[in-house]
Design a protein around this ligand. Sequence first.
Ligand code: RUQ
Ligand code: CUA
Length: 633
Amino acid sequence: MKKSLLISATLATALLPFSGCNPPGQKSAGETKTASAGTPAARTYVAPGDKDEYYLFYSGGHSGQVYVAGIPSMRHISTIPVFAPYPATGYGFDEESKKMLGDYSWGDVHHPGLSKKDGVYDGRFLFVNDNANNRVARISLSDFKTHQILGPIPNSSGNHGSSFVTDNTEYVLVASRFSVPLPKGRYADPKDYEKEFNGMLSGIKVDPQSGEMSVGWQILTPPFDWDLGSTGKGPSEGWAFWTSYNTEMAHETLEATSTQGERDYAAVVNWRAAEAAVKEGKATMLDGVPVIDPAKVPGVLYFMPVPKSPHGIDTDPSGRWIAAGGKLQPVASVFDFEKIMAAIAKKDFESEFRGVPVIRYESVLEGSVPVGLGPLHTQFDGRGNAYTSLYIESVVAKWKLPPWTAEEKADLNKVILDKIDVHYNIGHLVLGGGDTKKPYGDYLVAMNKLSKGRHLSVGPSQPESSQLIDVTGQKMAMLYEAFTEPEPHFAQIIKADTVNAIEVYPKADNKHPHAVWEAKDTGVVRNGNKVEVKMIAIRSRFIPDRIDTQEGDELTIHITNVEQTTDMIHGIGIIEQNMNVVIDPGETKTLKVTMTKTGVFPFYCTNFCSALHQEMQGYLTVKPAPTAETAAK
Ligand code: RUQ
Ligand code: CUA
């Protein structure tokens, strides 16, 4: 009896991938892919035409972009350009995206953060930070495009400790990695670091309707180098936490000097109190932003000691347990938020630093879990388990969160439940919904810093590796290995059905002032040396397909892709004008070129659109500017 059951289960799994006659995305009854059934190959196999269950948004690091993949297949689906031009979508060439990029042509994306409602992802926005140029960008998940880049943020240098989204997306919270003399632009000698330099914590306000971001307020800090953070939830909602890796306030050879202290500090921030203090006029304006001095406004900031050079600090789904990775100590320190609140209420402080109370370590520490070597980040499955990445050990450690039994407390080795090898040197890890109140609890992606040739050779520049791990069982199981462009720092995993993306821009929603939809409304208008074109792109022509200009003219083209069909994209590339704009169905974009060269410059559709795609072309002519002589004739 038992045997036949087993066989039929295996058979069913084996048959799964081949029931492929459903329309794309529709599964037949019973065909729900689960993390735990079948061989790793069957568990990650998404048949041609079928769709993945989750989106994985992972950071593109210093490529400045965000990559979109599917889980469980780990297939790369799309690249969302954010901080760097990307000719594939024409990003950074049209006027709208050029304006967003401003003076910068790169960024360093580390930590994508999804918007939330009531502590769970709502599928509206993805926020990403730029470590390099102190910016935060907002991607809309209705069209998977970047809609706003805020920054450089005043008084903040090195936007590494973000983007941490509060439970109802009131704020995206940001911490400065580097301390500099403030306001920015002021010179001071790094020798005077302790006195002249400062760090900053920032609340980036998010408009509940539009998602538009603005700098709400800031909290001045000593020149600690702030590292990773997280927002509270449940009982700790309204609070946020960051670690510092340089409480020593070293400003040279940090490798040695910033690692001397046995303890560093974490910042414990009451962001609701910060918001209230600003409303009550307790802040001082600095470079246009209300800045709170925590020595003068008690209750906004506390310091909490954590062991030696911590890195990640993560709040569990219940909001009570806060786990800090201790890079140079083989433990994850678990703090109890209830005890933190009690210590604050009783003013049970061990000291103060520059007017900021330092919470007594022993009174808030629940325990130090001996996870292993090089603990960095922790994620949660919603079933009372935590998963910590161990950089040095190249392992993910699974352990049990408190409450612990007396026996476990006496020997915390007992709460380590499992370890799995990853390849190699894991940085972040992400579990679906792992930073929300309700993690999905099935898949975990280990984002490994080194791939060490576990792929076809591509020369010395090797990719990073991401490994998909099933966390549904007692033991973790390795499912799949994918390779990524540099550099997947952190990622977010969201259920696909929480995201509702459009596939064409409805004509009725196109608010571009120069959008035109019919041939009769297109045309070329000259005004002095300004030439303005209203153009449409439709399979398989540009209307107009001839533009006549003269040397020195400023040419503006407003081009509307009038298609209303899914996946019917057109592009316009102009030969030797360094111009390529791609227009999605129903979209209008504006491009500008100054005519510095004479001649005839063909333009053509860059995005394959039809059997007559090759024929989709036209001519831009540029006559020499009239000289005194030719003008007199
Ligand atoms: S932290 S190097 Cu995300 Cu582990 Cu930036
Ligand atoms: Cu239009 Cu190719």
